[in-house]
Design a protein around this ligand. Structure first.
Ligand code: AMP
Length: 468
């Protein structure tokens, strides 16, 4: 056993990529990427994988897990690298299964970067796009294949690919694959692989289903865990705003303008909700777009590229579509809806504050969301600051007054009247001057108040300390 591997197994993690004994081709690629030191999951996983052991890794997107498994896999495959044109010399030796097209594409891009100085081939296949281009690539041969399960089975059925020499299997975001109903597909694929293989399973969560899956697919796996991001993410400023359900659109718009961030990712619980919010923000002059499962692959890729290039500032996404998106230095995440599953909150806020950068995670919570908020707080073992937005408080007071006085005039209800928001925003995001929309006369406010609601002003989040 190499000294660095002994060190890692004994608990002292290597601090430099050079300590792992990786080939110079890989180190050079890392140097080009500016990766100066391994992340915790890399320090723990790379030596164990290099030893050929099965691994059960608890890590979410943003921890550097892709390089954590790709680098040792590439290192193990270097021995097979060759320049032959014969497809027979390029069988699939490592298969990476992922739940979504986006993650497939991102893992592929990452692996291509890490492998750029090697002669190993990588290819990616996923559904929603024409199969024939992928067929040509597969038939030419590739050592590393990244795939979503359904499309891979199509290729297997069409005999475009054979997995008889695939001795390394990676299951990335295994929990999400199970959530998405891929278990039968995974089982069919695994049955086609050699019994003698190394299996690496990565998952953000470890439910009993995942443990069952690991038991049947892995052999004596080494558990590799890094501290959950929610337990350590002091660099993510979390805040929750209490707003009425009917005020959420305006609240998002208000917060976006206040924050003036370059890129904001907003989570919606539904595809229709994501589209609706993006459309409404667009109408208000914000450069927004939605990404979700009902969009074609080409549309999703185009939106993602536009967001990465800064042509879109606000991306509204569902959990499934957002999972695994690699967007560097995302400064702010907004939960338009609180997630139904508390663990998704952790995944969502993990999109910001990466690699030591600071980030903000803002959630909107209406009275009906209080139960979900409690679940989240239980999971992350802390209370989140619950704030109010003064303009909406003012609005409530106005409505109450108007209702008491028997006057229901719409213009009276504008929350912006006395707080000076009519002025044109200086924010470079906006193409058009900001014209606040008056709330609909039909809107109803829930009677219920959030009982633990402290009266903290917006300034608490936007820089200054909240006044008591
Ligand atoms: P992942 O968790 O694999 O989605 O990686 C998150 C991001 O971190 C990706 O954009 C990687 O390019 C980047 N990354 C991975 N490892 C390192 C490292 N050791 N140093 C700096 N950035 C890294």
């Amino acid at each position: 056993m190499a000294e660095n591997q002994q060190k890692a197994l004994a608990g002292t993690s290597p601090e430099k990529f050079g300590d792992f004994g990786l080939a110079s081709e890989l180190l050079k690629a890392l140097d080009d990427l500016g990766y100066s030191s391994p992340t915790p999951i890399q320090s723990r996983a790379i030596p164990v994988i290099l030893e050929g052991k099965d691994v059960m890794g608890a890590a979410q997107t943003g921890t550097g897990k892709t390089a954590g498994y790709s680098l040792p896999v590439l290192q193990s495959l270097l021995y097979h690298a060759n320049t032959s044109m014969s497809p027979a010399r390029h069988p699939v030796r490592a298969l990476v299964l992922v739940p979504t097209r986006e993650l497939a594409d991102q893992v592929y891009e990452d692996i291509r970067k890490y492998a750029k100085y090697t002669r190993l081939r990588a290819a990616v296949v996923f559904g929603g796009v024409d199969i024939s281009t992928q067929t040509g690539i597969l038939r030419a041969g590739t050592e590393i294949l990244i795939a979503t399960p359904g499309r891979l089975l199509d290729h297997i059925q069409q005999k475009n690919v054979n997995l008889g020499q695939t001795h390394i299997l990676v299951l990335d975001e295994a929990d999400r694959m199970l959530d998405m109903g891929f278990l039968p597909d995974l089982q069919r694929i695994v049955n086609l692989l050699p019994k003698e293989r190394q299996t690496l399973l990565f998952s953000a969560t470890f439910s009993s289903e995942i443990r069952k899956l690991a038991k049947s697919f892995l052999e004596n796996p080494v558990s590799v865990e890094v501290a959950r991001k929610n337990a350590t993410a002091d660099n993510v400023k979390q805040a929750v705003y209490h707003v009425d359900e009917t005020d959420k659109n305006e609240a998002v718009e208000y917060l976006l303008r206040q924050h003036q961030q370059k890129q904001v990712l907003i989570f919606s619980n539904t595809k229709a909700g994501a589209s609706r919010l993006a459309r409404q923000l667009e109408k208000k002059g914000l450069k927004a777009s939605a990404i979700h499962g009902d969009k074609t692959q080409a549309e999703r890729m185009a939106v993602l590229d536009a967001f990465k290039e800064g042509n879109i500032s606000v991306l509204v996404a569902t959990d499934v579509a957002a999972r695994g998106l690699h967007i560097e230095e995302l400064p702010c995440v907004i939960n338009f809806d609180l997630p139904f599953v508390a663990e998704d909150y952790v995944h969502r806020i993990g999109r910001t504050g990466r690699a030591g950068a600071t980030g903000e995670a803002i959630s909107l919570c209406s009275a009906k969301d209080e139960k979900l908020l409690n679940e989240i707080e239980k999971l992350i073992k802390r209370k989140l600051p619950l704030l109010t937005i003064p303009v909406f408080e003012l609005k409530k007071e106005k409505i109450d007054k108007a209702e008491t006085a028997g006057s229901g005039k719409r213009s009276e209800r504008s929350p912006y009247k006395s707080v000076g928001l009519e002025k044109k925003s200086q924010d470079p995001w906006f193409d058009r001057p900001y014209v606040p929309e008056e709330p609909s006369g039909e809107e109803k406010r829930p009677e219920e108040q959030v009982s633990r609601l402290p009266k903290k002003p917006l300034a608490a989040l936007l820089g200054g300390k909240p006044k008591a």
